[in-house]
Design a protein around this ligand. Structure first.
Ligand SMILES: Nc1nc2c(ncn2[C@@H]2O[C@H](COP(=O)(O)OP(=O)(O)OP(=O)(O)O)[C@@H](O)[C@H]2O)c(=O)[nH]1
Ligand SMILES: [Zn+2]
Length: 200
């Protein structure tokens, strides 16, 4: 089975603190299912609002202040709920693809002064090994070819465009920096080219 072979394992209603959604679990060749959390009729929308979110256990589940992931996820759900149509695609690419244990090792190195890019390299791991193929396949499966993407990451836009998903508009998804993630956000801006206007 390739990454692009999608099987819908389950489909259910998902009321949340941020609005009412539906959730679909897509089974791929990965251990964990990729999740589509959506609202409205994606197929008939012109360019639905889409958030392609990479898993961050510490931020998404625990509300870690070391990164902006948790608030980005919650804000995306709120925006989609207000718009009445759109989706979050939840990709199981923890730690920009290196997994949770390695991300925590990278955190430990960051505590010793290395930045998020240097820490991955010190572990002899790629800085960012994520792929958006599954996200593109899910969008195609839903009959969506044009999207308005919630992101600050130009590489994500470029990769989705290459995969045949046309990003008509980028919708910024900035979260105010805090004392714990300011340096991390600065590194994302200056080394990973993220479009972060509120960071120096
Ligand atoms: N290796 C590593 N991964 C991290 C670190 N902090 C967050 N992550 C992971 O980074 C991924 C999110 O990537 P980000 O760069 O925050 O954001 P993005 O998805 O590329 O861009 P946006 O669409 O603008 O949010 C998640 O998989 C997190 O687990 C870190 O210090 N080291
Ligand atoms: Zn995070």
């Amino acid at each position: 089975m390739t990454n692009n072979t999608l099987v819908v394992g389950a489909h259910a209603q998902l009321p949340t603190a941020y609005g009412d959604f539906q959730i679909m679990a897509y089974e791929t060749n990965q251990d964990q299912p990729t999740l589509l959390i959506y609202k409205g009729d994606l197929k008939s929308a012109q360019s639905p609002i889409i958030r392609v979110h990479s898993e961050c256990f510490t931020g998404d589940v625990l509300g870690s202040l070391r990164c902006d992931c948790g608030l980005q996820l919650r804000n995306a759900l709120k925006l989609i709920n207000s718009a009445g149509c759109g989706a979050v695609i939840y990709l199981r690419q923890e730690g920009r693809g290196i997994g949770l244990v390695n991300k925590l090792k990278a955190y430990s190195l960051q505590e010793q002064g290395w930045d998020t890019v240097e820490a991955n390299l010190k572990l002899h791991l790629p800085v960012d090994s994520r792929s958006y193929e599954i996200a593109a396949s899910i969008l195609r499966n839903q009959g969506v070819s044009n999207i308005n993407l919630l992101t600050n990451n130009p590489d994500k836009i470029q990769q989705l465009n290459h995969l045949g998903i046309h990003v008509d508009q980028r919708i910024p998804l900035e979260v105010a920096a805090n004392q714990h993630d300011r340096q991390y956000l600065e590194t994302k801006k200056h080394k990973l080219n993220h479009l972060l206007s509120e960071v120096d």
